[in-house]
Design a protein around this ligand. Sequence first.
Ligand code: NAD
Length: 248
Amino acid sequence: MQSLALVTGASRGIGEATAIALAKQGHTVCINYRHQRQAAESVAEKISQIGGDAFIFGADISDEEEVRSLFSLLDKHPSPLRVLVNNAGILFHQSALADIAADRFHTTLMTNVIGPFLCCREATKRMSTQHGGGGGVIVNVSSAASRTGSPNEYVDYAASKGALDTMTVGLAKEVAMQGIRVNGVRPGLINTDIHASGGEPNRVSRLSSKIPLQRGGESEDVASAIAYLCSQEAAFVTGTFIDVTGGL
Ligand code: NAD
């Protein structure tokens, strides 16, 4: 039977590449986006051109009501939800901790931690074999920053990804007996638009000589790791992380 995969923040970057990789695995993909409807439509079109199946749904994943609407829509789909990729995330401009406003820290946590929490809560209810579901897989897109702390740059972002990692480990143990696996990926420096929002569009090329593999990562590098974690090949893998950092 066809199954559903939800990828949050999938209108561009790592989310887009992941949506395409999961469509190639045979999932019908729900492409969640926040503002970029046209971009989301174009990802759905790319998936349809390769013979896959996808649809789009606009929702701010940090908003509880919007997340409920998103999952209500998925409930109406004939295929069961089997995969959730919590990809949506935000990064504010580089700043020392002393200059970070409480509002900014709050917004970062709402998007990077509360959003994945809300989606995990809704998804596990539907996937749980103890509640009539067929099991499933969750992948949380964290960051290498969860371990470095990103001093003088984005301590708020690093802390949010640290919280996401802890939730990943705890949830994996909580839902293992419900047939649900939960893992994370920790990308390093990946060529996407997030660095423009971080205030340094050329960050990846500036730092690429420091990466042992001597290049910045591409969205597809991260998507491959996510696709592996979602596949049957990873059937005995839960509560852990894949670093996709080129050795950094
Ligand atoms: P990106 O900015 O291209 O993608 C992030 C997506 O999330 C965007 O489409 C954005 O619209 C969406 N989004 C943000 N807030 C949202 C919300 N509240 N609701 C719904 N969608 C929302 O950047 P990316 O690099 O593709 O980032 C994807 C993930 O990878 C993020 O979680 C990011 O923290 C993580 N990451 C990226 C890098 C990197 O170097 N690019 C490194 C480590 C981790």
